[in-house]
Design a protein around this ligand. Structure first.
Ligand code: 6PG
Length: 249
């Protein structure tokens, strides 16, 4: 049985993003001291935007920006300037202005189709991490969000990606969004040294309770358990409002 995740409940969204930024800075310092670099897979959607803006603001000190490398745990199959693009969302926060321009690895969604974009990104990971065949990349930090249906990254219950065991990156059609999405596979997420979910607001209260409380729900976000790493949930009181005292680990 995988270890229970650490669940840290912060009073307000502002405190949640401060805590997330402090965790980012601490993990960055630790990774750079150990390996000379900090590899981060960013999550998309709306929740992490406040974290990326806070990091870009410069108010968090001692972040070794010149040693940080950004990737995306998932991306919508749209061009990088599309309003739906996770890359565009992160870029507009100013986060990428903090690092050298060749330290940001976006999903090449200009490829002819989603599968070609996924294959290209898969190769990018293999090269960056100098992987042997069958090896998976070990990110220092993977940031994840929680969808209202229990998805995370672009791993959805009714799509193929959650069962993928050998590829690093796959494309899958997501019916509910009527679009293709490119996503890290579970083996990549579960190889990470640190995985941090961010969940904020009352809309996440019921799904967060389901994920943390109902082990039989079989949701994609419940399948994230780093085999040799730390799993952390950073949530605010509004998102945690459905949790019992027991679940407030
Ligand atoms: C995406 C994300 C996705 C997101 C959740 C939560 O591309 O949308 O990677 O997994 O994290 O859907 O989204 P919100 O933060 O907008 O609630």
């Amino acid at each position: 049985m995988p270890a229970k995740p650490e669940v840290r409940i912060l009073n307000t969204p502002a405190e949640l993003f401060q805590a997330a930024a402090a965790e980012f800075a601490a993990l960055a310092a630790q990774a750079v001291k150990t390996s000379g670099r900090f590899s981060v897979a960013l999550s998309g959607g709306s929740t992490p935007k406040s974290l990326y803006s806070l990091l870009a603001s410069g108010s968090i000190s001692n972040i070794p920006w010149d040693k940080i490398f950004f990737f995306f745990g998932d991306e919508r199959f749209v061009l990088p300037d599309d309003p739906e693009s996770n890359y565009r969302m992160a870029r507009e926060t100013g986060l990428f202005s903090k690092v050298p321009s060749d330290h940001v690895f976006r999903v090449p969604t200009e490829e002819k189709d989603a599968d070609a974009a996924a294959l290209n990104y898969d190769q990018t990971l293999r090269k960056f991490f100098s992987l042997q065949p069958g090896e998976f990349p070990r990110f220092d930090l993977v940031l994840l969000g929680l969808g209202p249906d229990g998805h995370t990254a672009s791993l959805f219950l009714d799509a193929a990606a959650p069962t993928e065991k050998s590829c690093l990156v796959v494309a899958n059609w997501v019916e509910k969004f009527h679009s293709y999405r490119i996503t890290f596979t579970l083996p990549v997420l579960n190889r990470a040294a640190n995985v941090a979910f961010l969940a904020s607001g009352p809309d996440k209260a019921s799904i967060l309770k389901e994920v943390l409380d109902n082990e039989s729900a079989d949701l994609p976000s419940q399948k994230v358990h780093p085999s040799d790493g730390k799993l952390l949930w950073l949530v605010d009181q509004a998102a945690a409002s459905g949790l019992s005292q027991l679940e407030r680990r």
